[in-house]
Design a binder for this molecule. Structure first.
Ligand SMILES: Cc1ncc(C[n+]2csc(CCOP(=O)(O)OP(=O)(O)O)c2C)c(N)n1
Ligand SMILES: [Mg+2]
Length: 354
């Protein structure tokens, strides 16, 4: 169960609790949906890994394998119009927000079919219409932006919510504390999602943080801070459904420290020598996909239904690679487009001659 620094009781607590309760009904369809989303991410990432090894993908690439339950559980609690911002480990969040595998693999291949027309790469998956506001490479920089997005949602009285995902390394950045302070002061509908995977690059969190209970930082900003097990998608979902309801109906921010683990190195070039193989293998025993599969089987869901989901996820990921290989390169005329919100006058565009 999530441990909690209790959410303060407010006049809207009853509404919030009833909505949260509705969200956690665990029907077989819901469990299958969560399973499918995690499996799609796992297969997409495995294909990304293979294609990177073949040098079909360039630039930075940070895999999310092992952490799937975090974004899937959290995003399953959102509704249309809610927003997500995250860091560079963004493949899972983008898929869970509804972006297609084709548009993401195209982006990894730097092709014109990519979500950012091949100009953003792995760290900059973005789709405004779906509420996926990136994909950001500068550690912690997007969390003040998440607070700003939530400010706009509140200002326009939209009853929408913003999730800002970041890591245990990013949590030590001053800008995140400033954002949390303003969120607490202005009661913004934002959730600070601290994905604590134990390491920031090669630095263990106990070497970068003065406290081992990162969720307690919320206390200083006058909103609830809770922690939950990020290897258990159902626990993640329960925790987020409560926090999302608090944000949506009571403009109360929450800091959620999700305890998770990445199986791969920090990025593709990291041999991960700062941890033992035994540590990784032990953690894999709690694999979020295998854990949910066990729940499905216990609930009597037929194995062929589960198998069909696995096959479809595999086929989707492989097809996205085929699609990316066949896709055209971006046109040279796109070189200076989409750089700033208001297009520069032609006279100011850089002149590129090849
Ligand atoms: C402002 C800034 N400083 C340093 C870096 C280099 N850097 C990239 S990822 C990273 C570690 C972040 O770790 P964490 O927040 O725990 O996220 P994780 O990689 O574990 O998902 C660092 C220091 C950067 N990109 N931006
Ligand atoms: Mg980390």
């Amino acid at each position: 169960m999530p441990t909690a620094i209790a959410a303060p009781k407010t006049k809207k607590t009853e509404v919030v609790e009833s909505v949260a309760h509705k969200h956690v009904e665990e029907s077989a369809d819901l469990l299958l949906h969560l399973y499918k989303e995690m499996m799609r991410i796992r297969r997409f990432e495995e294909q990304s890994y293979q294609q990177y090894q073949k040098s079909a993908i360039g630039g930075f690439c940070h895999l999310y394998i092992g952490q799937e339950a975090v974004c899937v559980g959290a995003i399953s609690c959102l509704e249309k119009g809610d927003k997500v911002l995250t860091g560079y480990r963004d493949h899972g969040h983008a898929l869970a927000m509804g972006m297609t595998a084709d548009s993401l693999m195209g982006e990894l291949f730097a092709k014109a079919t990519g979500c950012s027309k091949g100009k953003g790469g792995s760290m900059h998956f973005f789709d405004n219409a779906l509420g996926m506001m990136g994909g950001n490479g500068i550690v912690g920089s997007h969390i003040p932006v998440a607070a700003g997005v939530a400010f706009a949602q509140k200002y326009k009285n939209e009853k929408k919510v913003t999730l800002g995902f970041y890591g245990d390394g990013a949590a030590q950045q001053g800008a995140i504390h400033e954002a949390m302070n303003l969120a607490g002061l202005w009661r913004l509908p934002v959730i600070f999602v601290l994905e604590n995977n134990k390491y920031g690059m090669g630095t263990a969190v106990n070497r970068s943080s003065a406290t081992s209970e990162l969720c307690k930082r919320a206390e200083g900003y006058n909103f609830p801070g809770v922690t939950c097990d990020g290897m258990d998608v159902l626990e993640v979902r329960k925790c987020f459904s409560e926090a999302v309801a608090r944000a949506r109906f009571d403009n109360t921010p929450t800091l959620i420290e999700v305890k998770t683990y990445r199986y791969r190195g920090h990025s593709m070039s990291d041999p991960a020598n700062y941890r033992t193989a035994t540590e990784v293998e032990e953690k894999k025993k709690e694999d979020p996909i295998l854990m949910l599969k066990a729940v499905l089987i216990e609930r009597g869901v037929k194995e062929d239904r589960i198998h069909a989901i696995e096959e479809a996820a595999d086929a989707e990921a492989k097809a996205s690679v085929e699609h990316a290989i066949a896709a055209p390169e971006p046109d040279l005329s796109e070189l200076a487009t989409d750089i700033v919100a208001n297009p520069w006058p032609a006279s100011m565009l850089p002149r590129v001659e090849f």
